[in-house]
Design a protein around this ligand. Structure first.
Ligand SMILES: Cc1ncc(COP(=O)(O)O)c(C=O)c1O
Ligand SMILES: N[C@@H](CCCC[NH3+])C(=O)O
Length: 428
């Protein structure tokens, strides 16, 4: 078994009891399931089996070295967004030749580092950046492999902070301007080799329609670029959404069986079924850049209830994790299921679950009907494997939590809890 489920009255990650992990390692604590990481990677890889493709995992979603090592071992490439992420991939044994480098603001230092490491492609997001890349590569006597990110102006129908494929978003180059840019680059930029085209319309997409719309809109463009400039790859980005509501139940087959077609979230196989026929005859290598779909449902944030505070308006369950540990509810109104580690009875109470940070936005849910867990009890915030730890901060001088990777019955600490000495290191 992989993932998270109740066994013998207590929540487990694979064969490991989460209460014992919380007791041994303290809370807050991130816990990941190696089995789920493997399963999701393999499912997506298999769903795309009908096309020449490569899964370039988006490192930003969860960049723990052990996660990267596991995925590198399965043959993954990596989509990076900073020199730091490339450093992590290399530390984890990943292959720089399978790395693509995204982002609107790469610095000279980052470009030089990535050029020297021999990455597969710089996915550039403006003409200015492409010219700068040409200059830096020329200075080093190298040629920079590049793709331009096209902004297809397609509505991803996701939260406005994680939509990236509309003209008003800062990402990519407008669809209408791409052909002209490739022509100028071919004529004027001798230190750049145009290798592909990239797009990414947004994150947490729960319908296949925007993906289809973007692929169909960009196909004539990518074929024209192939003919005129000999490009070899098309990265269709990441963005596949995951289950956040009811995420514990979604781990069971019954849950999927009970949902009607309309109610079912997008699955990896539906994604493949819709896109493979549209991509298989293009004669291009298709890159995918999933982050959340691989890691999101593979992790939880374990916390412990400290107090219950009954006010005149509300009941607050105060836990020892805060928005510094998991910022998604505060930043995107992100929903995470909250489940007690000890299997609860049927009693439900309406509560706000809040953290210890001095911000009114420091909550994990508001007015939600939850099992009535008590101070001292362990509680898991579900679906925290992506954009969880990686977005954690030291706000309120809170040390970063530890991370644990569970594989079968083995739990390995893959990052120690930060100490206060570590936290102030480097300050005068
Ligand atoms: C260029 C690019 N690729 C891939 C991703 C990964 O997205 P997701 O985690 O939604 O798959 C992102 C983040 O949205 C991105 O900006
Ligand atoms: N951090 C966001 C996703 C950003 C995707 C990166 N472009 C989230 O938690 O939903």
């Amino acid at each position: 078994m992989h993932g998270f489920a109740y066994k013998n009255g207590s929540l487990h990650c694979e064969d490991v009891d989460l209460q014992s992990l919380a007791d041994e390692h303290g809370t807050p604590l991130y816990v990941y399931s190696a089995g789920t990481l493997r399963d999701h990677y393999t499912r997506l890889d298999q769903a795309m089996a009908g096309v020449d493709h490569e899964v370039a995992y988006a490192v930003k979603a969860n960049s723990n070295l052990s996660v990267l090592r596991l995925l590198a071992g399965l043959g993954a490439g990596f989509d990076i967004v900073s020199g730091g992420e490339l450093f992590r991939v290399i530390k984890a044994g990943g292959d720089p030749a399978k790395c693509t480098f995204a982002g609107v603001g790469k610095t000279r230092g980052e470009i030089e580092y990535a050029l020297r490491q021999g990455i597969y492609s710089f996915n550039v997001e403006s003409e200015e950046e492409l010219r700068f890349l040409n200059q830096v590569a020329g200075d080093l006597g190298l040629t920079a492999p590049a793709a331009v990110r096209v902004n297809p102006n397609v509505d991803a129908k996701t939260h406005k902070y994680i939509s990236t494929g509309k003209s008003e978003n800062k990402f990519g180059v407008d669809f209408e301007l791409i052909e002209g840019l490739y022509a100028r680059a071919a004529a004027e930029l001798p230190h750049v080799k145009l290798r592909g085209l990239q797009m990414h319309i947004g994150s947490q997409l729960t319908s296949i329609q925007p993906f289809i719309e973007a692929v169909e809109k960009v196909t004539p463009l990518v074929l024209s670029l192939k003919e005129k400039h000999g490009i070899e790859f098309w990265s269709i980005g990441g963005g596949i959404g995951i289950v956040y509501h009811d995420s514990l139940a979604a781990g069971s087959v019954d849950w999927w069986d009970e949902k009607s077609e309309q109610e079912r979230p997008l699955t990896l196989s539906q994604y493949g079924q819709a896109l493979v026929p549209r991509l298989k005859d293009l004669g291009l290598k298709i890159l995918l850049e999933p982050g959340r779909a691989i890691a999101g449902n593979a992790g939880v944030l374990l916390t412990r209830c400290l107090f219950e505070k009954k006010g005149t308006a509300k009941t607050f369950k105060i836990v020892d994790a805060g928005m510094n540990d998991l910022i998604r509810p505060a930043l995107y109104e992100g929903h995470h299921e909250i489940v007690p580690v000890t299997e609860p009875g049927d009693t439900r109470v309406s509560v706000d679950v809040v953290g210890p940070i001095c911000e009114s936005g420091d909550f994990f849910c508001q007015n939600r009907e939850l099992p009535d867990f008590q101070p001292g009890e362990g509680v898991a915030l579900m679906s925290c494997g992506a954009y969880g730890f990686v977005m954690a901060s030291n706000y309120n001088t809170r040390p970063l939590p530890a991370e644990i990777l569970v594989d079968g019955a083995t739990a390995t600490v893959v990052r120690q809890r930060q100490t206060l000495d570590d936290l102030v290191a480097g300050e005068l």
